[in-house]
Write a protein that binds this ligand. Structure first.
Ligand code: FAD
Ligand code: A2P
Length: 428
């Protein structure tokens, strides 16, 4: 089955989840080729000496890697004094750069296009992110004024060790959900993140087949300058999974691992990930945030970023629609109540308060239709939806109804929002 073609005419096949994406489930026909950057290499011969399988050779000009022999054992990586060895390109299977190509280079060829570069992310991340962004959001691009994100600095097989410095329950003691605010400190290791990005956590141990557990993604809940400004730390909002999506009792591996950790514990982290669900930075830009449960994590990060910069009077509105069963089940309820009214307009939707009608975020969105349509039409307003997958449809219907009510056409407006990088969805 043919997939989309990149600029070189290669067929790109991703591992889409068929039930979600209704798209081909074929494995990638692209492969990663290990290469040496001739611009940085000082021709010291270390890599050639270190390679246990003679995959590296040279001529009078360049050191090069034999694609057919290299098995990515990485024995050459650490000893290389310049990092020239730590390079690769994704190429069509069966069409790697030849030794002659590599001997002729003064610099590495540019990655051919963003789709090819994206396949260099760990397969797990690509798969999970595609599912999380498969709804109305779809593949997207970041707001034009978003800061440049660092992505994929630590691979799952080379994670960074962070230290847990905080683990606080942020739902009421009597709440059914145990949601925790978890703080990780990176010591002297650079781990830059932006609001809206996620990190990978690798739980220790192995699965039923004896394979190491795969990493799970968690949205960063703190702003770019740290949970505590100026500290090299970040926070997460983690819900202890005690039942599966069908309500059957289960003990989620990674969420229980994180929620049970004590101060001082060492945690294996990979990432950061995510290059589109990022906040706008230009003065006057507004943000509409719609979330349930732990979908509040990126919203907390963005709100806190704006709160810390309030004195700069950069303007722009913050609108939050936040759904939970009741106030005690809502993470960060107390801190949210303390936020200045001039910073953020908060709209809670509670679904299980005795003697009160069930309300979902989409009901609150409808109630605020005049502000919502104004913001949908405002080219400086960016919309973020995060949390339960199920809410996407309801939110979409609410936007459609509101548009109809105000003489707008949601079917026409949504593509405009998407093309202006103003509509971002991450649901799981
Ligand atoms: P597993 O052992 O993987 O699964 C146990 C069972 O529970 C399985 O049957 C599984 O289908 C089901 N299950 C998995 N996740 C859930 C869930 N959320 N609710 C109910 N049942 C579930 N989680 C957070 O807590 N905070 C975040 O900020 C956060 N951000 C995410 C960002 C992205 C982009 C994505 C894709 C996911 C995010 N998640 C977040 C979900 C997180 O990655 C894990 O899926 C979740 O913690 C469950 O992992 P687990 O190892 O505990 O459960
Ligand atoms: P409900 O009471 O019907 O479960 P959770 O506590 O499971 O994380 O859910 C957070 C909130 O999201 C709850 O209020 C829940 O309501 C609500 N919710 C559940 N399904 C949807 C949906 N399809 N659209 C919007 N909100 C939803």
């Amino acid at each position: 089955m043919a997939g989309p073609k990149d600029s070189l005419g290669f067929v790109i096949r991703f591992n889409y989840n068929e039930t979600v994406m209704n798209a081909p489930t074929e494995t990638s026909s692209l492969v990663r080729q290990h290469l040496i950057d001739p611009e940085i290499c000082i021709r010291c011969n270390t890599c050639e000496e270190m390679c246990p399988i003679d995959a590296i050779t040279h001529d009078g000009r360049n050191y090069v890697i034999k694609f057919e022999i290299c098995n990515w054992c990485n024995d050459c990586m650490g000893p290389c004094p310049t990092g020239a060895i730590d390079n690769s390109r994704t190429v069509a299977s069966g069409q790697p750069y030849s030794l002659e190509d590599q001997y002729s280079w003064d610099s590495l060829p540019a990655p051919t296009n963003p789709e090819i570069a994206a396949t260099e992310l760990p397969e797990d991340v690509t798969r999970i992110t595609e599912i999380a962004q498969s709804g109305q959001g779809g593949p997207s691009s970041p707001p034009w004024s978003a800061a440049h994100p660092y992505v994929n600095l630590f691979a799952p097989n080379k994670p960074v060790t962070a230290t847990l410095t905080g683990n606080f329950r942020i739902t009421g003691e009597d709440a059914s959900a145990d949601i925790r605010h978890i703080v990780l400190d990176f010591g002297h290791t650079t781990f830059p993140v932006l609001e809206g990005q996620s990190i990978g956590i690798i739980p220790p141990g192995t699965d039923a087949n004896g394979k190491p557990h795969t990493m799970r993604l968690y949205s960063v809940a703190s702003p770019r300058n740290g949970e505590r400004p100026g500290y090299n730390n970040l926070s997460l909002t983690v819900k202890r999974v005690t039942e599966d999506h069908e309500g059957k009792a289960t003990k989620g591996i990674c969420s229980n691992y994180l929620c049970d950790l004590e101060k001082g514990a060492q945690v294996q982290v990979c990432g950061p990930y995510g290059s589109t669900f990022l906040m706008p930075n230009h003065p006057g830009s507004s943000i509409m945030m719609i979330c349930t449960g732990t979908g509040s994590a990126p919203m907390r990060a963005m709100t806190e970023r704006r709160r810390r910069r309030m004195a700069l009077k950069e303007g722009g509105e913050l609108f939050l629609f936040f759904g939970a069963r009741a106030a005690n089940e809502l993470p960060y309820f107390g801190p949210l109540m303390k936020l200045p009214k001039e910073l953020i307009d908060i709209n809670f939707a509670f679904s299980r308060v005795p003697n009160q009608p069930k309300q979902y975020v989409q009901d609150k969105i409808r109630e605020r239709h005049e502000d919502v349509v104004r913001m949908l039409k405002d080219e400086n307003c960016y919309i973020y939806i995060c949390g339960l997958k199920g809410m996407e449809r309801g939110v979409d219907e609410a936007f459609r109804d509101i548009c109809r009510m105000h003489g707008e056409d949601w079917e026409k407006l949504l593509p405009v929002l998407r093309s202006q990088s103003r509509y971002h969805v991450e649901t799981y």
